[in-house]
Design a protein. Structure first.
Length: 118
C-alpha cells in the first residue's frame, strides 16, 4: 500500500511539473499611446492660428479633439487652432486617440493674446 501511494504521489508531481502555464500577453500591436502633442506656436494673437499635431502609436487609431475656448479646423492627427478676443488667456486643447484597446488623452496649452496689443 505504501508503494502505491508513493507511486501515485510521484505521478502527480510529474504531471504538475510538466504542466505549462500559457500566459496570454495579448496582441501588443494593439497598444496605444501618445508620444507627443506639439504646436507650431504656443502663443498667438487673437484670430491668428497655430497648427497642433498629435504623434501617436497604435493600430487603427481614431483621433478626436476638444478645446475649452476658441475653435479648430481639421481632424485626424493635425488641426489648426484659433481663438478670438473673447478667448484671451491660456486655452486648453485636448487630443484623444482611441482604438479597440482603449483611449488616451493629452492636453496642450496655447496662450491667446490681444490682437490690439503692441
Amino acid at each position: 500500500m505504501k508503494h502505491i501511494l508513493l507511486f501515485v504521489l510521484l505521478i502527480i508531481i510529474f504531471l504538475a511539473a510538466c504542466h505549462k502555464n500559457n500566459i496570454d500577453e495579448g496582441d501588443t500591436s494593439e497598444l496605444i499611446s501618445i508620444d507627443s502633442l506639439r504646436a507650431t506656436f504656443y502663443t498667438v494673437k487673437a484670430w491668428d492660428t497655430t497648427t497642433i499635431t498629435c504623434y501617436a502609436k497604435g493600430d487603427s487609431i481614431i483621433y478626436s479633439w476638444e478645446c475649452d475656448h476658441g475653435n479648430f479646423n481639421g481632424d485626424g492627427h493635425q488641426i489648426r487652432y484659433a481663438a478670438g478676443e473673447c478667448c484671451i488667456g491660456i486655452n486648453t486643447i485636448t487630443s484623444t486617440v482611441s482604438n479597440s484597446t482603449g483611449k488616451v488623452s493629452e492636453e496642450i496649452k496655447i496662450e491667446v493674446t490681444s490682437y490690439y496689443d503692441d
